[in-house]
Design a protein around this ligand. Structure first.
Ligand code: PEP
Ligand code: MG
Length: 588
C-alpha cells in the first residue's frame, strides 16, 4: 500500500473532467462500512438490530438450502449447513455483542472487524479442511452484512460528504444510485470505456477512470485523490506542485466546456448546409435537463432498462407509461427514440433471477429475452404506445441479429396496437419503429432488415465487441477495442449505404458517435444522426459546424483505404487538428 507518497496510476478514461477530493474506499467485499459511534441509549437497539440480521440471514440460508436440496440433491444442500454453523457460532455472536457494548460502535462495523479476525485465524491454520471454511465464512459474512446495512446502493445514495469513490468494480445499477452531489468522481480497478458503468458516469457527469487494476490496493480512506477522467489518470496524495497543475487544467477544461456551450442555440449543420440530427442518450428521466442544457435536439437513445433496476418488482404498465410520457413531454417539441428493454450483458435485474451465463453478452438478453417473455415485452410496448400520444416518440429494438427477430418483434407490436385500438386508447399510429444495428450479422444484412425498419441506429458499443471479439467490459483487452478498426468502419459504411438505398435514415447511438476523433469519418460516411452522452454534444456540434461535406467525405474515403485501426486513428486526429486546431486540449 502507498503511504502518503504521490502515486500516479494510469487507467481507462470513462467519463471526462477533473476532480480533486477525498477518497472513500468501498470495501472489496462491496460494502461501505463507516466507523459509526453509538450514543449510550442506542446500544440495546443496535444489539437487537444485530440479532434481527442474524435471524433474517438464517431464514434466507434455510430457504436456499431447501431449494438447492430439492432442485439438486440433499448433498448439495448440506453445503449450506456450514453457513448455518457460522450464524449459530455463539463465540462469534458473543464477541460482537460484547464489543458493541464496550466500544459503542455500530453492529456492522464491529461484525466486520470480528469477521476479519476469524478469517485471519482460519487462514493461518495448517488444517486444509478449516482453510476451506474461509469461503463459507466470507459468503455468510457478506450476507449478514447485507442484512445489517441494507444494499450498498443505500450507502452510495446517502453519502453525507463529498467523496471520490474508489472501488474494485461498480455495477451500472450502483452507479445509477450514486448521489450526484456527493460522489464527485470515481476510480475502479476493473472496467472499460464502454461498460454501462462508464456510460452512466458520463450521463451523471461524474469524472471517472476505470481499469486502474490496483487503485483499491494503493489508496487509503481519506487520501487526497485527483481523478482526471479526460486522460484516464488518477493521482493519489498529489504534491502541492501536482495539485497546482491539475487545478489549472481543471479550470481550463471548465472554461473550454463553457465556451462550447455558447453554440447551444446554433443549428447542427456543416459549412455547406447539410443538417445533422444531434441527439443525446439518456438512462433516466432526470437526464432530460442535461440533454437540453447541452444543446441536443432530442434523445436518440433512451435506455429504458434503468427504470427496471434497483427495485424489487417489475415496473407496471402504468408506472412505465408515466415515466415515458414524462420524458416525451419534457423533450417536446423534439423527438425521443425509446429503446425497448435491453437487459442482460452487464445490466442485470435482480427481480428476474436470470440464471448466470458463461457469456452473458452473447446470451439471453435484449430482444431475445423480450421475445421469450411476451408478457413483459407487451407491458412495455403498451406503455410506450400510450406515451406516444404525449409527444414525439420513436421506438427501436436492441440486439436484432436477423430478419426473423425483427419480424417477430413487429408482430407483437402490431398485436399490441390492435389491443389498444380495441380498448379505445389513443396512440401515435405512425410512430417510427427502428432496429438497432449492433450485431455483425445485422450490419451485413442491413439491406434485408431495411424492409422491416423505419430507421437504423448503430450501436457501436456492442457492434465493436462482437465484430472484433473483444469483451467490452474487460480492461485486459481494452487495447484491442478499436472503434477505428477497418472492419468496424466497413460494417458501418455498409449499414449507412443499405439504409440510404432503402430510403431510411441511419443514426448512431454507441459511444463512438461522441468520440471526436471519429466525427469527420462518420460524417463523411453519410451518417444522418449522432446520438451521444449530453456532455459530448457541444464538441461534436463544433466539429460538424467547422467542416463541409466534401472535406468530410474525403477524410472518410481515405480512412477506409488504411490497414489498421491505429493508422486510421492517427490519420483522423491529424485531419481534425488541421481543420480545428484549438480542439487540441481534448485530443492530446
Ligand atoms: C450500443 O451497444 O452501442 C448501445 C448503444 O447500446 P448499449 O450501450 O446500451 O448496449
Ligand atoms: Mg448495445
Amino acid at each position: 500500500m502507498n503511504r502518503g507518497k504521490e502515486l500516479i496510476l494510469r487507467g481507462i478514461p470513462a467519463a471526462p473532467g477533473i476532480v480533486i477530493g477525498k477518497a472513500l474506499l468501498l470495501d472489496r467485499e462491496q460494502y461501505v462500512i463507516p466507523k459509526r459511534s453509538l450514543k449510550d441509549d442506542q446500544v440495546t437497539g443496535e444489539i437487537k438490530h444485530f440479532k434481527d440480521a442474524l435471524i433474517q440471514t438464517k431464514q434466507e440460508v434455510m430457504e436456499i438450502k431447501k431449494r438447492i436440496s430439492e432442485e439438486l440433491s440433499a448433498e448439495h444442500g448440506q453445503i449450506f449447513s456450514a453457513h448455518l454453523l457460522v450464524i449459530e457460532d455463539s463465540m462469534l455472536i458473543e464477541e460482537v455483542i460484547s464489543k458493541i457494548k464496550r466500544d459503542k460502535l455500530s453492529a456492522e462495523y464491529v461484525f466486520q472487524d470480528v469477521l476479519k479476525k476469524y478469517i485471519k485465524v482460519f487462514s493461518e491454520m495448517d488444517d486444509e479442511y478449516l482453510k476451506e471454511r474461509i469461503s463459507d465464512i466470507n459468503d455468510i459474512g457478506k450476507r449478514i452484512l447485507k442484512n445489517l446495512i441494507g444494499a450498498r446502493e443505500d450507502a452510495l445514495s446517502t453519502l453525507k460528504d463529498k467523496a471520490v469513490v474508489i472501488s474494485y468494480d461498480l455495477s451500472p445499477s450502483d452507479t445509477a444510485t450514486m448521489h450526484k452531489k456527493n460522489v464527485i468522481g470515481f476510480a475502479t480497478d476493473i472496467g472499460s470505456r464502454t461498460s454501462h458503468t462508464a456510460i452512466m458516469a458520463k450521463s451523471l457527469e461524474i469524472p471517472a477512470v476505470v481499469g486502474l487494476e490496483t487503485v483499491t490496493k494503493e489508496v487509503q480512506n481519506g487520501d487526497t485523490v485527483i481523478v482526471d477522467g479526460t486522460h484516464g489518470m488518477v493521482v493519489l496524495n498529489p504534491t502541492p506542485a501536482t495539485l497546482k497543475h491539475y487545478e489549472s487544467s481543471r479550470k481550463k477544461l471548465v472554461a473550454f466546456g463553457k465556451s462550447l456551450l455558447d453554440m447551444k442555440g446554433l443549428p447542427c449543420e456543416t459549412l455547406d448546409g447539410r443538417k445533422i440530427a444531434l441527439m443525446a442518450n439518456i438512462e433516466l428521466q432526470e437526464d432530460v435537463a442535461s440533454v437540453i442544457a447541452h444543446g441536443a435536439e432530442g434523445i436518440g437513445l433512451y435506455r429504458t432498462e434503468y427504470f427496471y433496476m434497483n427495485r424489487k418488482d417489475l415496473p407496471t404498465e402504468e408506472e412505465q407509461f408515466k415515466e415515458y410520457s414524462m420524458v416525451a413531454k419534457k423533450i417536446r417539441p423534439y423527438t425521443v427514440v425509446i429503446r425497448t428493454l435491453d437487459l442482460g450483458g452487464d445490466k442485470f435485474l435482480s427481480q428476474l433471477e436470470i440464471p448466470q451465463e458463461m457469456n452473458p453478452f452473447m446470451g439471453w438478453r435484449a430482444i431475445r429475452f423480450c421475445l421469450a417473455r411476451p408478457d413483459i415485452f407487451k407491458t412495455q410496448l403498451r406503455a410506450i404506445l400510450r406515451a406516444s400520444a404525449f409527444g414525439k416518440l420513436k421506438m427501436m429494438y436492441p440486439m436484432i441479429s436477423g430478419i426473423e427477430e425483427l419480424k417477430q418483434a413487429n408482430i407483437i407490436f402490431e398485436e399490441t396496437k390492435k389491443d389498444l385500438r380495441r380498448e379505445g386508447i389513443s396512440f401515435d399510429e405512425n410512430m417510427e419503429v427502428g432496429a438497432m444495428i449492433e450485431v455483425p450479422s445485422a450490419a451485413l444484412t442491413a439491406d434485408i432488415l431495411a424492409r422491416e425498419a423505419d430507421f437504423f441506429s448503430i450501436g457501436t458499443n456492442d457492434l465493436i465487441q462482437y465484430s472484433l471479439a473483444v469483451d467490452r467490459v474487460n480492461e485486459k483487452i481494452a487495447y484491442l477495442y478499436e472503434p477505428a478498426h477497418p472492419a468496424v468502419l466497413l460494417l458501418i459504411k455498409n449499414v449507412i449505404e443499405a439504409g440510404h438505398r432503402a430510403g431510411i435514415w441511419v443514426g448512431m447511438c454507441g459511444e463512438m458517435s461522441g468520440d471526436i476523433v471519429m466525427t469527420l469519418i462518420l460524417l463523411g460516411l453519410g451518417l444522418d444522426e449522432f446520438s451521444t452522452s449530453p456532455i459530448a454534444i457541444p464538441e461534436i456540434k463544433r466539429i460538424i459546424r467547422s467542416v463541409n461535406m466534401e472535406e468530410a467525405k474525403e477524410v472518410a474515403q481515405q480512412a477506409i483505404t488504411l490497414s489498421t485501426g491505429k493508422e486510421i486513428e492517427k490519420f483522423a486526429r491529424r485531419k481534425l487538428k488541421e481543420i480545428i486546431p484549438d480542439l487540441a486540449i481534448e485530443i492530446e
